[in-house]
Design a protein around this ligand. Structure first.
Ligand SMILES: [Zn+2]
Ligand SMILES: [Zn+2]
Length: 142
């Protein structure tokens, strides 16, 4: 439970820091799809309902879980998860440690330059850490 809560907070913070990026992404997408704000507002209820129902369809659900399962099996992901676990358990972030990029904010994150070396991490603040990772990486940082 704790873990889930922590992750939600993390994602909220992440989205906050990336708001500009996310917004411009959405703008671009709408432009490409000729998808105007007006249209969306007019049809918001209907669209949301469609989306909700779509997720309930068994074939869609199956596809989502299957994709998640397959994602977890990729060697890169296995390596990454392992490295994160090891670093989380073995490396304490020193009290008062400053971010090793900006040197201003307190470091609260561990970042791996190479997942093959799980014990080699740099300590970063959330902002610098988010900057290091492409926005495509929706499944979390590190
Ligand atoms: Zn920083
Ligand atoms: Zn990282």
């Amino acid at each position: 439970m704790e873990k889930v809560k922590k992750h939600t907070e993390y994602m909220r913070e992440y989205r906050k820091l990336n708001r500009d990026k996310i917004n411009s992404y959405q703008r671009e997408w709408r432009k490409r799809n000729n998808y105007t704000e007006k249209y969306f507002n007019k049809n918001r209820e209907r669209i949301n309902k469609l989306k909700r129902n779509n997720k309930k369809r068994p074939e869609v659900r199956q596809k989502i879980t299957k994709e998640a399962r397959e994602y977890k099996k990729r060697p890169y992901v296995i390596l990454k998860d392992k490295a994160r676990k090891i670093a989380y358990n073995k490396i304490k972030i020193p009290k008062g440690q400053l971010c090793q990029i900006c040197n201003k904010a307190i470091a609260k994150e561990r970042h791996h330059k190479d997942y093959k070396k799980p014990l080699e991490v740099v300590f970063l603040c959330l902002k610098c850490h988010v900057n290091l990772h492409p926005i495509k990486n929706k499944r979390g940082l590190k």
